[in-house]
Design a protein around this ligand. Sequence first.
Ligand SMILES: *Cc1c(COP(=O)(O)O)cnc(C)c1O
Length: 413
Amino acid sequence: MGSATERPSHPPPRQFPVLDDCLQLGGVLLTRLAERVGRTPFYAYERDHVRSRIDLLRRTLPQGVQLHYAIKANPMPALVCLMAPLVDGFDVASAGEMKIALDAGMAPSAISFAGPGKSNAELRSAVAAGVLLHLESEEEMKRAAATGALLGLTPRVAVRVNPDFELKYAGMKMAGGAHQFGIDAERVPAMLRQLGRLGLDFHGFHLFCGAQNLSATAIGEAQRLCVDLALRLAEHAPSPIRTLNIGGGLGVPYFPGERPLDFPAVADGLHAVLDTLNAAAPGARLVLELGRYLVAEAGVYVCRVLERKLSHGQTFLITDGGMHHHLAASGNFGQVIRKNYPVAIGNRMYGGPRETATVVGPLCTPLDMLADGMELTRAEVGDFVVVFQSGAYGLTASPTAFLGHPGPAEVLV
Ligand SMILES: *Cc1c(COP(=O)(O)O)cnc(C)c1O
């Protein structure tokens, strides 16, 4: 172990094991892993963490709640393959994601396809595959019906509802008020009448209120309201509902002062929600579709210090990684006030003198910053900068083409 007993002032919310002052990922020392990968920067995702997170949810959730993975959080094919047997379904938002889901061996009937602006080609592939379409507009309903007629198949559909309430404390609101997602609740009854006439195979509703919520109380309240609204709307449906997808939105802590979500409290709330649903719509499946909550804490982004630089008394660590690989950590993926993700010097986890440094990347923009004036162990050239909580909305949510640098590697360990 290193000599100093001091711990980082901003510890990673999830502590990875440390050996001889060096972080271990999936049981491998970071320095050794970097040798194996052969280059930096890279993303590494831990299999065991994903498995144990899903296992914990399974043990905590009421029987009968179906767990789906929203692939957009992290579509790495190897990771999606790992998850396929562990979850009950995948949610996709493009033909590309649908292909990853099908390639991973997920049954088409357990895949749902949401998102506004599905192209006719996407509708054709989804209907042909037998994937459940989450209709986002009346227009899309008509295009789905036309696609079914063209292919001689009956499209399986659910209606995504834009509810008439908002989710409190969500990091990113996606419902309530004017939105591009779903059909305004008050227009759904008329749409359902049309849906019956068009001969579509109606499965139920999809409601997703917002992402990155750390309040179990707010999530529970939204889930209750979602089920109540869905059951009211179900009275107008051409057939009984068979599935009710109440979204995800469960948050993970990223910033100082944020506390992990009280998941057992969320699970408790779901018992009541499930009872309500079972009483009013026997046999209907309740689906929770989670992205971030399943994978964010399983992943790190690792880059290397290329240079130390002083400017007007401030220390900059110039690295080979940055915002082009990890937009979210740079603060430019929906943050209003920039805050530092948990960052550490991965080969000097606890030992050595400390300093305040700003970690930047190679891009010619001041936005390219991974940590701003953060207290870190003093780093030398060649050291590893690790950004924690990086398993979701990392690589594929980043502008990799900007400035033409090579992309990072991705490994599952
Ligand atoms: C993005 C998205 C999710 C996943 O959101 P998380 O915050 O990662 O859990 C779930 N459902 C839909 C429809 C989405 O668009």
